[in-house]
Design a protein around this ligand. Structure first.
Ligand code: NCD
Length: 303
């Protein structure tokens, strides 16, 4: 029985919840493969997508997930809203609540913003990325992508490369992998490491020892000083290049990719790359999260 009432952090889920979420995602994934992808499970729900920061994949993925579940959904972007006139986050949200929304998906540049909105509103809140803190649905969909490719927890051994310090994807992924006992090591320039209780390695370790090469985006907009000496140097030490992956290694990246920096084009577009599979799995995983959280609030049919 799914216990979580919100998804702000991977900490909101215990192992059983994660298992149930993946079972639900599997069922929904098969619906998403059919010509008629629409189900009416959330027809009583109104979801507000509050994007105070840029997004392509995550926002469209949530919007599609809501539409496929037949929810009413509204989308808000800070650039074209009263935030431009100085309205605070909580005032914006209070106004929306008076219009009877049932659930909130929020992305905001401030770490802790999703938690703040959850504590102030009591509504189910899904964190779609808060500052450098967490992005739980991304971490969950990444792991589902590996399961969908036939791997299980024991098979997986991840090299996590890049800017771990500013990456909210890393923030959630590391918690998730640690919770499930999934093996991983971090390959990161010293200037962008974070103090996770996880093994950190330098590039003398052979990438061929790992079956997943997961490269994070260099978070230029979140680094207020130059923390990486130069793009070419970064690419040569930490980038995934054509000659890196062997045929049974998978390449992953949360997007958006900086081609030539985290990955060269040959690797990004190679048959080893799961990057677009991650995008596909995102819709099913987010449908499952929305459905399970709505079910906690009642009046939702069984799947
Ligand atoms: C991530 C994000 O915005 O946190 N992208 C995404 O949601 N797919 C990763 C990133 O921007 O580095």
């Amino acid at each position: 029985m799914f216990k979580a009432e919100k998804l702000i952090s991977i900490d909101d889920l215990d192992k059983e919840d994660i298992l149930e979420l993946y079972e639900t995602t599997k069922k929904i994934r098969s619906i998403n493969d059919q010509p008629n992808k629409k189900i009416s499970l959330l027809k009583e729900f109104t979801v507000a997508n509050l994007f105070f920061e840029e997004s392509t994949r995550t926002r469209i993925s949530f919007e599609l997930a809501e539409k496929r579940l037949s929810a009413e959904s509204i989308s808000f972007s800070a650039g074209s809203s009263s935030v431009k006139k100085g309205e605070t986050l909580i005032d914006t949200v209070r106004n929306l609540i008076r219009m009877k929304i049932d659930m909130i998906v929020i992305r905001h540049s401030q770490s802790g913003s999703a938690h703040f909105i959850s504590s102030q509103t009591g509504l189910p809140v899904i964190n779609a990325g808060d500052g450098t803190n967490e992005h739980p649905t991304q971490a969950l969909l990444d792991l589902f992508t590996l399961y969908d490719n036939g791997l299980n927890d024991k098979d997986i051994n991840i090299a996590l490369l890049g800017d771990v310090l500013h990456s909210r994807v890393a923030g959630s992924a590391i918690k998730l992998w640690q919770k499930l006992g999934i093996r991983f090591e971090i390959f990161s320039p010293k200037t962008v490491q974070r103090n996770f209780a996880a093994k950190k390695t330098n590039m003398s370790r052979n990438l061929k020892d790992f079956n997943i090469l997961y490269n994070l985006r260099i978070q230029k907009e979140r680094q207020n000083v130059e923390l990486i000496p130069g793009e070419q140097e970064y690419h040569s030490f930490f980038g995934i290049k054509e000659n890196n992956p062997t045929k049974d290694q998978y390449i992953m990246h949360p997007g958006p990719i900086n081609r030539g920096l985290e990955l060269d084009s040959k690797s990004a577009d190679s048959p080893n790359s799961l990057i677009l599979n991650q995008v596909s799995m995102g819709v099913s995983l987010r449908m499952a999260v929305l459905y399970l959280l709505a079910k906690k609030k009642g009046s939702v049919e069984p799947l």
